[in-house]
Design a protein around this ligand. Structure first.
Ligand code: AMP
Length: 277
């Protein structure tokens, strides 16, 4: 596996590779876990040249967020990627991706202030901007994202289509611990006590799904789950049942809906979602 930090160097390599091999890109922030590994495994099924990027992107973090303390495990990550047979690890320094302060940003105004963007209204422009840079640097045919970050994947797909990036976005299912908790790099912040209760969000999504199936309306379904989550000591950010394309709240569920939750336990913000069909 080649480890590359310089965008120009990787562009020169992919210019040679792209005409002969399908390139798959998996963007990550590192501290790799089985969620990331599942994306790499999906990539290996259809792409012949696998690039994983590890970059903790400062412009998607707010001033009070965990950018400085975000888990970083370069040694362990390298070993995992070597063992998986990844071709290139692209792990730039901040100065490599942002040699000058970034002044060009990608926005999707209709989506960036909903769900996770309600309290983190800077976040998605940082994500879209860095992903656009990664696409232009690595020139993949396919790029892989997890359903755990559904809103992020939806916005990246929208950007890819509307800005004519020449690649396909693939969405992979959320990988969970045995008790249902969505695997996340941030789960290491959970204390033992918090970890024991952290699967409540998943259980609550499943309960909401069951209520909708029984014909209960979204508003009372949401109210019930909000109460349950708050009674268990979480600080709720949102619990919503929305249209999976517009992310707008649904008054009634006809065929598909996204049930999405975000709540804090201790210092850790957890997110999760289910697609109701
Ligand atoms: P991150 O390193 O947290 O930025 O995540 C990198 C990619 O891995 C994103 O596309 C995430 O949606 C995806 N991902 C993170 N956790 C999971 C999970 N538990 N299951 C599937 N994909 C995940």
């Amino acid at each position: 596996m080649k480890v590359i930090k310089d965008p120009v160097k990787i562009q020169a390599i992919v210019d040679r590779i792209r005409p002969v091999k399908k390139i798959g890109l998996i963007p990550t922030m590192g501290a790799l876990h089985k969620g990331h590994i599942s994306l790499i495994e999906s990539a290996k099924k259809e792409a012949e040249f696998i690039i994983v990027s590890i970059f903790v992107n400062p412009i998607q973090f707010g001033p009070k967020e965990d950018y400085k303390n975000y888990p970083r495990k370069p040694g362990e990550d390298n070993k995992i990627l070597e063992d998986l047979g990844v071709d290139i690890l692209f792990s730039p320094f901040v100065i490599d991706l942002y040699p000058n302060p970034q002044t060009t940003f990608i926005h999707i105004p209709s989506l960036e202030k909903l769900l996770c963007g309600k309290v983190r209204n800077w976040h998605f422009k940082g994500v879209l901007t860095v992903v656009a840079k990664l696409f232009n640097i690595t020139k993949p045919h396919f790029s892989y994202f997890g359903q755990k970050d559904y809103q992020q994947a939806l916005m990246i797909r929208r950007m890819t289509n509307e800005l004519n990036f020449d690649l396909k976005i693939r969405l992979s299912p959320t990988i969970r611990e045995d008790d249902g908790l969505a695997v996340s790099s941030r789960n290491i912040y959970l204390s033992n006590e918090e970890r024991k209760r952290a699967n409540l969000l998943y259980l609550s999504l499943k309960e909401a799904e069951a209520s909708l199936r029984k014909g209960e309306d979204p508003i009372s379904t949401i109210e019930k789950q909000k109460l349950l989550i708050e009674k268990n000591g979480f600080i709720l950010n949102y619990f919503e049942i929305v249209d999976p394309e517009t992310l707008k709240p649904l008054d009634e569920v006809k065929d598909r809906a996204l049930i999405a939750v975000s709540a804090k336990t201790g210092k850790t913000m957890l997110i999760d979602n289910l697609i109701y069909e």
